[in-house]
Design a protein. Structure first.
Lengths: 532, 223
């Protein structure tokens, strides 16, 4: 059993290995132009070489064999007279004489222009002539004999006995009828084709070798040429990658004036143009941010004067006639809104300029929640809403910029009170080893589908007709989102029409830690399910 | 009151006179120091952006010859500007646009110590080299040598020294020393603790008199 399982394991491992090799090959094929060109070249060159080689070998060996056959037939034509003379001098009824006659004919004809050969002498049956019983006689094919018996000069390729007993080699047999005094004989010449075969196999070997050499050479050339093309392309790809990663100064060295040099030149031109555009946009955006910041600053001094004047008027409004007193009150109230709008604009412009800095230190998140609740106490009373706080009994210490976190929570709680329609607002704190989450839930009008992602947009208002006691600037959530991002945290919203909304702030406990999940669900329904 | 905006200066004058102050105005940074010597004010309101000489330089020049409370008025909210102003010697800052009541409350908090006449001597820091504080005489000594502190630094040190074992959060210090009722910029505390340490500690890198309690605040070193 154990052996079988080992075998099956081995099979699995081998299959896996084969799959891996295949996968890697497929991967190389997809990724590398060089591999693709090389493989294609080998395939096409190999096919062409095989076709040409087969054709060549076929032609050459056909020619060699034809020459041999012509020579052999000529030999047989010459040999017919010699054979007649020799045969007429022997009494062929004796086997011994038949052998002698054969030897004589062979001696008189050999060596010939058609190479060495052996002879078989056969008589027509019933003539009383001794039969040639040599191994060569048995090698004569019946078809050839039939042709010769019909008084034709005929030839055929066949396996013939060689010098060594029992061994046969490829050969050519030419047969002819011979008329002598003793009757009609059949004379067969057996030409071994050993030399021709050697020639042909030499040619085959040469063609094969040349073919393989050709394929290797063409592959090398293909790889070399592709390399010349691929290398600049790879350099271009690498440079483009660096450019995409933000290194705008990346350029390709351009040599010569060929197509690849043109590619490099075009790439460099593109990079130049990109760099110019991006610089221009950066400059524009810097100017714009600078302008926003300057405007905010420049507005502050006159606003201070206006504010003091308004306060002064407001303080002495009891001495004014009613309309004037009301005007002073409106002036005073609207200045507050104007001021918070200005402050938010400045804060946003600081984020846009990337100038916001995190000043984090370890602090208890419960303290921030407590002061948030305290700060919203008056607003809650005005709305008639209750603020419910669910926090653990033990301190929840995290690395944070308390000022910013408190600003986020104040915003969320203020929003919840504004949209909570006098129903309770619930603040919950959840935590685990890596992260903490604070959710702020209201039970008011809620959010329509799709609005959850819009609420963080600047100056977005869910329902423009609703009155707002806080006089929000429309930038609060946008700033909160930036504050959360500065902490590497998340700020998300959930809401359903008529069921209220929930905002969730998730922060890493330690600065620089990447958030993977939140300890509290964004959708309050999930929490209810868990409770059940 | 040093500010180049005449409308603001005039309006501020009206408000301050209502609150029983007697303001004197300078619009140019270069003439601020001379005016300071002539009028000998109880408190200085200083705009950071001034023609002639920057508010930071004016602040440094005044601090070099006097501990008179300085409150900066600034339109800039960037951390760098605020910290730079505080480090140049300002006791407090008010961000434009401010509410007049808030400014007056801060000014009163800075001027409060004149009414403080309790006779007591406090000792804090390491036993072999304690810091002696004579609250009534407004003097601080260490190993017999007097240490010159600004009124604010003195108030900060006294607040810590009066309850040596208590840890003060920055918010509590802001309320007790600066007179803030609501949460405010805790950088004020950080900067002034550093300035105080530079004067009273033997090695400001290893404080023995004003200790940091990480994550909470500060406390006085054991007497």
């Amino acid at each position: 059993m154990r052996g079988a399982s080992r075998v099956s394991r081995w099979v699995v491992a081998t299959r896996r290995g084969a799959r891996q090799v295949l996968a890697r090959a497929a991967d190389d094929w997809r990724r590398s132009l060089q591999v693709r060109v090389g493989a294609t070249t080998v395939l096409v060159t190999g096919l062409v070489t095989i076709v040409i080689g087969v054709f060549l070998v076929d032609k050459v060996s056909g020619g060699v064999l034809r020459a041999k056959r012509d020579a052999a037939v000529d030999q047989a034509k010459i040999g017919i007279n010699v054979a007649q003379d020799v045969l007429s001098t022997f009494d062929l009824t004796l086997t011994q004489n038949v052998l002698q006659a054969k030897a004589d004919i062979r001696d008189k004809l050999n060596p010939s222009s058609a190479g060495t050969f052996s002879i078989v002498l056969l008589a027509r049956s019933g003539t009383g002539v001794a039969a040639d019983d040599s191994p060569a006689a048995h090698a004569i094919p019946a078809g050839l004999r039939k042709m010769v018996q019909q008084s034709n000069l005929a030839s055929q390729y066949a396996r013939i006995p060689s010098g060594r007993p029992g061994a046969r080699v490829a050969g050519l047999i030419v047969g002819e009828p011979v008329q002598s005094g003793a009757g009609l004989f059949e004379l067969y010449y057996l030409f071994p084709l050993t030399a021709e075969q050697q020639t042909i196999s030499l040619i085959q070997r040469t063609v094969l070798l040349a073919g393989v050499a050709l394929v290797v050479l063409v592959l090398a050339i293909a790889l070399l040429v592709t390399r010349q093309v691929v290398r600049p392309v790879r350099v271009a790809a690498k440079s483009a990658g660096r450019l995409a990663a933000g290194d705008l100064s990346q350029r390709i060295p351009v040599r010569g004036s060929d197509d690849l040099a043109r590619l490099g030149q075009s790439f460099n031109d593109m990079a130049d143009s990109l760099q110019r555009q991006i610089r221009r946009l950066e400059e524009l955006s810097r100017l714009q941010r600078r302008f926003t910041s300057d405007v905010s600053h420049e507005l502050r001094t006159p606003l201070t004067t206006i504010r003091m004047a308004a306060e002064y008027l407001h303080a002495s409004r009891s001495d004014f006639p009613p309309e004037l007193a009301r005007a002073a009150e409106l002036l005073h109230a609207e200045l507050d809104r104007f001021e918070s709008l200005l402050a938010d604009l400045l804060e946003i412009s600081r984020y846009d300029a990337g100038a916001a800095q995190l000043e984090s230190e370890p602090a208890d998140l419960r303290g921030v929640i407590a002061s948030t609740v305290e700060a919203n106490r008056m607003l809650a009373d005005r709305h008639g809403s209750e603020i419910v706080v669910n926090v653990p009994d033990t301190p929840v210490m995290i690395d944070m910029d308390s000022r910013r976190v408190e600003r986020i929570l104040r915003n969320l709680v203020g929003n919840a009170l504004d949209h909570g329609e006098g129903k309770p607002v619930v603040i919950s704190l959840g935590y685990d080893d890596d992260s903490v989450a604070v959710t702020v839930r209201d039970h008011g009008v809620g959010l329509k589908p799709g609005q959850a992602s819009l609420v963080f947009n600047r100056f977005w208002r869910g329902d423009p007709s609703r009155s707002r006691l806080t006089g929000g600037t429309g930038l609060g959530l946008a700033i909160s989102l930036e504050d959360a991002r500065l902490h590497d945290g998340w700020l998300q919203a959930w809401g359903e029409p008529g069921r209220g909304a929930q905002f969730r702030l998730t922060l890493p406990r330690r600065a620089g830690h990447t958030l993977m999940h939140s300890p509290l669900p964004l959708n309050p329904d999930e929490l209810d399910e868990e409770d059940e | 009151m040093v500010d180049d905006d005449s409308a603001l200066a005039e309006m501020l004058g009206i408000v301050l006179r209502t609150d029983q102050f007697e303001p004197a105005f300078v619009a140019d940074g270069a003439r601020a120091l001379q005016a300071f010597r002539e009028t000998k004010p109880d408190i200085v309101l200083l705009d950071l952006m001034l023609p002639g000489m920057s508010g930071i330089d004016v602040c440094r020049a005044i601090r070099a010859e006097s501990g008179t409370p300085i409150i900066m008025l600034t339109a800039k909210t960037d951390t760098v500007d605020v910290v730079l102003g505080l480090e140049s010697g300002a006791d407090d800052y008010v961000m434009k646009p401010f509410k007049p009541k808030e400014l007056v409350a801060r000014m009163r908090a800075r001027l409060r110590h004149h009414e403080d006449i309790a006779s007591e001597t406090l000792m804090i820091g390491p036993p072999e080299s304690p810091v002696e504080i004579d609250v009534q005489a407004h003097q601080v000594r260490r190993e017999g040598r007097p240490i010159a502190l600004t009124p604010l630094e003195f108030d900060l040190l006294v607040a810590l020294a009066r309850k040596p074992r208590q840890v003060f959060t920055r918010e509590v210090l802001l309320e007790q020393v600066w007179g803030y009722r609501h949460a405010a910029d805790t950088r004020l505390v950080n900067v002034h603790v550093q300035r105080l340490r530079a004067k009273v500690e033997r090695d400001p890198e290893k404080p023995e008199v004003v200790l940091t309690v990480r994550g909470v605040g500060y406390k006085a070193g054991p007497p």
